[in-house]
Design a protein around this ligand. Structure first.
Ligand code: SAH
Length: 464
């Protein structure tokens, strides 16, 4: 290790920045966040930098650098574009054993600035010691996306309760279990969702009840249409937290791979008319696992509230007072449309879009067809493959133009996506010999004609 990471308490401490330009300003912002008193010496100074200097209680010296400005400082940053000045600053600081950072010149620094992920009071610094700054920034970007923005709030609330927890739970083991339950459970989720006040009430209750273990909870998470890159950050976070996973047929294997390694995986997928696990049994399993104190992930294709029976699953959870949360996912219509270059709405073509299930409950055999024939709308049929010929035929019968373009998107967003395009009249025949595999989505409307303009999709297309 070439550097030892230490965190510097700069509150009200005098620091010096040599230089008054953009880079100096960037460094000053950081020092200001750390509440340092900032002096600047430079012949010119940016407006924002001057404001920071004044606000920090420091002083601006309109001058060229001279070593006298180092006196009584605890940290010096040299941010000029004149090498000889930077080198003089470094030399003078080294002679005084004064920590010095020279921007973009690690060789003459005694301290270097890391890339910072700020979730105050959690602060993370990342550095490559100047060896690979692009890589270090990349790590920062990855951490930024993995660590929710409200982590800082979580830290502040934990610190508020710290002494009370210490006096309530005598043993270190109990305290550790208490904090793990809070940080892994619905209390932390509430804080991350911006409901800090409610979370504090729950923490207080937990302390009053001297309860140090966690209760179960359920995450109803939309996994999107298949491409793992379409998962939300929240989905990914909960996938890595859950101990039991109940997943559907539509959840693609690469997505399942992102679930916590040691989680128990249970397949509850259904095929049309063949319910592998009856819905009521799934609902009950969610409740039972949660009552055992488990964190349960119900992972569903697309969005849980769009033809996902998410509403039914949370009913029973609510009845049993089990904490749960629902995480939206990218629904098949959005995913398939984007990945096949078909905008669902367009000012010149379609002012509304309708999501329709092609799989009706037994007994309900018909749709309000006349409502579907208006040309200014896009129709999206989910689960429509089996009834595709009937759908096309009925639309034409009710007055929809038989030349209306229609697209059948097979395995949308997945590497083997195929897009089959024809008009309403010809589509059933056109796909008859195409050996189509589920899942498929049917998009009908003049927006489908736009796919030709957005040709980047062609690498996925089967039809030209
Ligand atoms: N909740 C899901 C829909 C579940 S219904 C969502 O929001 O997307 C299942 C139907 O969704 C399938 O029959 C199919 O019509 C559609 N579907 C889901 N994923 C798909 C995909 N990758 N490509 C095409 N259609 C898909």
């Amino acid at each position: 290790m070439d550097y030892l990471p230490l965190f510097f308490d700069l509150k009200k401490k005098p620091c010096l920045i040599v230089g008054g330009g953009t880079i100096a300003t960037r460094k000053a912002r950081l020092l200001h966040k750390a509440q340092a008193k900032i002096d600047v010496v430079a012949p010119d100074i940016d407006k924002e930098l001057l404001e920071i200097v004044n606000d920090s209680g420091g002083e601006y010296f309109c001058d060229t650098y001279a070593s006298q400005y180092l006196s009584s400082k605890v940290l010096v940053i040299s941010a000029t574009d004149i090498n000889s000045v930077n080198e003089a600053v470094a030399r003078d600081c080294h002679a005084r054993h004064l920590p010095v950072n020279v921007v973009d010149n690690p060789a003459i620094c005694s301290v270097i600035m890391p890339a910072i992920i700020d979730r105050d009071p959690i602060i993370i610094g990342v550095t490559s010691g100047g060896e690979a700054p692009v890589l270090a920034r990349r790590v920062r970007t990855q951490l930024e996306s993995m660590i929710p923005g409200r982590y800082g709030e979580l830290g502040r609330i934990a610190s508020e309760f710290r002494s009370l927890v210490k006096s309530t739970f005598a043993s270190e083991d109990e305290r550790r279990r208490f904090w793990e339950a809070v940080l892994n459970g619905d209390i932390a989720e509430k804080i991350l969702a911006g409901e800090s006040d409610q979370a504090k009430v729950l923490i207080q209750k937990k302390i009053d009840a001297k309860e140090c273990d966690s209760g179960g909870e359920v995450y109803l998470v939309g996994a999107g249409p298949g491409d793992p890159d379409l998962l939300t950050f929240k989905a990914l976070r909960l996938m890595q937290k859950a101990e039991v996973v109940l997943y559907d047929r539509l959840v693609s294997p690469p997505i399942l791979d992102m679930v916590r390694r040691d989680a128990e995986r249970i397949y509850v997928g259904k095929k049309r008319d063949k319910h592998a696990v009856p819905q009521q049994q799934i609902n009950q399993m969610l409740v039972d696992f949660a009552l055992e104190g488990k964190r349960v992930l119900r992972l569903k294709g697309g969005d849980p509230f769009i033809f996902g029976r998410g509403g039914e699953e949370i009913d029973l959870l609510a009845e049993n007072n089990i904490p749960f949360q629902v995480v939206p996912g990218i629904t098949a219509a959005s995913g398939c449309a984007s990945y096949s270059g078909i905008p669902l709405t367009h000012r010149d073509h379609s002012q509304s879009v309708r999501f329709i299930t092609g799989h009706l409950k037994a007994g309900e055999t018909d749709y309000p067809w006349p409502e579907f024939v208006n040309d200014q709308q896009t129709l999206v049929f989910y689960m429509g493959l089996a009834r595709l010929p009937i759908i096309c035929q009925k639309l034409i019968e009710h007055g929809k133009d038989e030349n209306t373009p229609a697209a059948l998107i097979e395995k949308g967003t997945l590497p083997n996506q195929r897009v089959h395009i024809a008009n309403l009249k010809d589509l059933p025949e056109y796909i008859a010999d195409k050996d189509i595999h589920a899942p498929t989505l049917l998009i009908i409307g003049s927006v489908v004609s736009l796919h030709k303009r957005l040709h980047w999709y062609k690498k996925h297309s089967a039809d030209d």
